[in-house]
Design a protein around this ligand. Structure first.
Ligand code: NAI
Length: 480
């Protein structure tokens, strides 16, 4: 469709294919389907205008259609230039009752492989209803929409046009370009938008870290719920999701045999733990790098060698970053790796792998082997294979996490949206976490599908533990 229609996806005729995948995913997302059943009649999100900025995948399609069934109006953009699944985007735009000729679904602005400018243009369109209104709720990933609104509002307050020169990378440069344009064309746009927001629910570690920094500096403009900090999100999606989708990404990209190879995982947080387990499961010799003594000791106790990347450069066959921090693998380090070493990121930071620095290496050549697989050949003739240009490889080279684990993450998203929108006690400006009973409820909704049978506390046991028979069972700070 042309950009004039109130949606922008690659090709609406992909909708039927996308719908088939969505139908299969629904069965694997029991918590979302249960939330639909429980709330379909009451439509508690009636009146909610939700802008979602999160990877436009099949699983996200089930999330979007759940929000719609609960009564919300929704507009959507992806949160990464490579992560959109075009068939899923088309199916959501067409909607269950529409057709390619007459789309009747949710306005989606996303396609796979966008330029930085296209990416921010899509986020802006998802933030703007045709009647000019903004959203009253954000559903965000990596603080993408939240950061745009905050940057825009800050520039409006200080009446300062941002300079792209100070940008850390192309993506930030494009965002500053968008802000500069709106300052001239639509004065007050971001301040008004921020004022209309009940709050944001944030999906991932990197986004929650950014929200906390905004809050600590006193700059946060609206309440936030960190979905990532639900146990049923970070201890499931980040660990078991990555355990599945890392291997999927490496296989689809290169199909190298992983068994017997030396694989380095940089970072042993939740994502790194899942990655290390997965590579070990394939028979790789896994070495971990860490900066935090606690995580380093955990890795050692789990039986992994812990070393520095520098030490491993001559022997590593596969290097995966899982830190959310930029500059973890530099261009100079890649130049010293083994011939055809595979380098990819599972973390969300732009520049976690310094791909931009590769093109500055004198005499280097880039060979595009296939989409999202580049061989960088150094002057001596040896090369490294870089996946997804150093961005999230499980979403760029494969299709992200499987549905069952995303059911857990996205049930937290729906509950967090409901909390912000319907809570009798409005949330204060700050970064909040869902109450423990809701976290436990998300886990409960997945037990039957796996044939799990829970033991019930007796009254006497509950008294001695000091917890109700029906939970919540653990104090807020319990680490699982
Ligand atoms: P985390 O904070 O639990 O773990 C990150 C770890 O990296 C920490 O233990 C930290 O000490 C370590 N680290 C930091 N700098 C390092 C360096 N220079 N070298 C070695 N280790 C270093 O965070 P989590 O939840 O594991 O997330 C990591 C990243 O992955 C985030 O950017 C997050 O947004 C992203 N993420 C990606 C997913 C995907 O599907 N690919 C899913 C969930 C999260």
């Amino acid at each position: 469709p042309g950009a004039a229609a109130d949606l922008h996806v690659l090709d609406l005729s992909l909708a039927a294919a996308g719908r088939g995948e969505i139908r299969l995913a629904e069965h694997e997302m029991p918590a979302l389907m249960r939330l639909r059943e429980d709330h379909r009649a009451a439509r508690p999100l009636r009146g909610a205008r939700i802008t979602g900025v999160l990877h436009m995948t099949v699983q996200t399609a089930v999330l979007i259609e759940t929000l719609v069934e609960l009564g919300a109006q929704v507009r959507w953009a992806g949160s990464n230039v490579l992560s959109t699944q075009d068939a899923a985007a088309a199916a959501v735009a067409v909607g269950p009752a529409g057709s390619a000729g007459e789309p009747r679904g949710v306005p989606v602005f996303a396609w796979k492989d966008q330029s930085p400018q296209e990416f921010w243009h899509c986020v802006e369109r998802a933030l703007t209803w045709p009647d000019g209104q903004g959203p009253n709720l954000l559903l965000d990933d990596a603080c993408t929409a939240t950061e745009l609104v905050h940057r825009g509002a800050a520039c409006e307050r200080s009446a300062r046009v941002p300079s792209p020169d100070g940008a850390a990378d192309e993506l930030e440069e494009a965002m500053l370009g968008l802000v500069a344009r709106t300052l001239a064309d639509l004065p007050g746009k971001w301040t008004t938008l921020a004022a209309g927001l009940v709050g944001v629910t944030e999906e991932t570690t990197t986004g929650t870290q950014r929200l906390r920094r905004l809050d600590e500096s006193g700059a946060l403009l609206f309440p936030a719920i960190s979905v990532n900090d639900s146990v049923t999100k970070s201890k499931f999606d980040n660990i078991y999701g990555c355990r599945h989708s890392l291997i999927d990404g490496i296989n689809r990209a290169t199909d190298v045999l992983i068994g017997g190879k030396t694989a380095v995982v940089c970072g042993y947080g939740d994502v790194g733990k899942g990655c290390a387990q997965a590579l070990r499961g394939q028979g790789a010799r896994v070495v971990v790098t860490e900066i935090d003594p606690i995580c380093a000791l955990q890795a050692a106790m789990d039986g992994f060698q812990v070393a520095t990347l520098e030490e491993m450069l001559p022997v590593a066959d596969i290097v995966v970053t899982a830190t959310g921090v930029e500059g973890v693998v530099t261009a100079a380090q890649m130049a010293r790796m083994k011939h055809q070493a595979i380098v990819g990121s599972m973390g969300h930071a732009e520049g976690e792998i310094e791909v931009a620095g590769l093109s500055a290496v004198p005499g280097v050549r880039r060979i595009a082997v296939k989409p999202q697989v580049d061989e960088w050949v150094f002057p001596g003739g040896h090369s490294v294979i870089v996946l997804s240009e150093g961005r999230l490889l499980n979403l760029g080279n494969a299709t992200g996490h499987p549905s069952f684990v995303m059911s857990s993450s996205f049930a937290n998203q729906v509950l967090a949206q409901l909390e912000l929108y319907t809570s009798a006690d409005p949330y204060t400006v700050g970064v909040h976490v869902l109450p423990k009973y809701l976290d436990e409820s998300v886990a409960r909704l997945h037990l039957a599908a796996l044939g799990v049978r829970l033991t019930t506390l007796t009254e006497a046991q509950a008294r001695s533990l000091g917890v109700p028979v029906d939970g919540p069972y653990k104090p807020a700070g319990y680490r699982y």
